[in-house]
Design a protein around this ligand. Structure first.
Ligand code: ATP
Ligand code: MG
Length: 213
């Protein structure tokens, strides 16, 4: 492989990104491809610190712009320190969340200006775009049930505590983004059992990515 491949999982909290990212990474590793998995916020030492800050429910007073800039700071570090070097080394990078999380959550969810967010995304990513974005689409009510049962007795993080009406806007935002970029976006029904969704993802990665490398 001459240069790497960049695959991103997107979707609201609890849709199954971690589950599907890990299943896809195992599948590709078993086929002998060099794979690197990562996530936003986080993915680097500094990024994990920003993750702790931005998701901590203690900071309820955080302004939407403050939140946005924290995510973008994390992304600048993530792209520069981890994603670009891994792609240069010819790896398949699979990230949980990327630029469209900002457009969906801070744009559609919080109401910040999309053009401004696009500009900032471009700046912090050095223009790097994913080869494929997989949107795991799910009604917020079902995702919420999954989150609560994943963390019985545990407090949800600051974003997870947002009301369902916020998550409906984020979901609609993701669907709108996917519609605008059909060439690099795939929308999947994330309500199916994980193994069924994984089989669909396997097939589409084989057909759209692996045949070209
Ligand atoms: N298809 C599925 N059907 C039912 N439960 C699922 C499915 N996929 C994942 N889960 C469960 O739902 C919970 C959330 O899944 P997961 O952590 O993969 O989602 P996520 O999108 O990564 O969430 P977050 O945004 O919080 O990182 C987990 O307990 C997981 O085991
Ligand atoms: Mg996750």
């Amino acid at each position: 492989m001459k240069s790497g491949i960049f695959i991103v999982f997107e979707g609201i909290d609890g849709c199954g990104k971690t589950t599907q990212k890990d299943l896809l990474a195992d599948f590709l590793s078993q086929k002998g491809y060099p794979v690197e998995t990562t996530r936003e916020p986080g993915g680097t030492l500094l990024g994990e610190l920003i993750r702790e800050l931005v998701l901590n429910p203690k900071y309820q007073e955080m302004f939407p712009l403050t939140e946005t800039l924290l995510y973008l700071t994390d992304r600048a570090q993530h792209v520069g320190q981890k994603i670009i070097p891994a792609l240069k080394a010819g790896r398949i990078v699979i990230s949980e969340r990327y630029t469209d999380s900002t457009l969906a959550y801070q744009g559609f969810g919080r109401g910040l200006d999309q053009a401004m967010l696009n500009q900032l995304n471009n700046l912090v990513t050095q223009g790097l775009k994913p080869h494929l974005t997989i949107l795991l689409d799910i009604p917020p009510e079902i995702a919420r049930i999954r989150l609560v049962s994943r963390k019985p007795g545990l407090q949800l993080d600051r974003l997870e505590q947002e009301k369902l009406v916020f998550y409906r806007r984020v979901r609609e935002g993701y669907l709108a983004l996917a519609q605008k970029r059909p060439d690099s976006y795939v929308v999947l029904d994330a309500c199916q059992p994980p193994i069924i969704t994984h089989q669909i993802i396997r097939q589409l990665v084989e057909e759209r990515i692996l045949v070209n490398i």
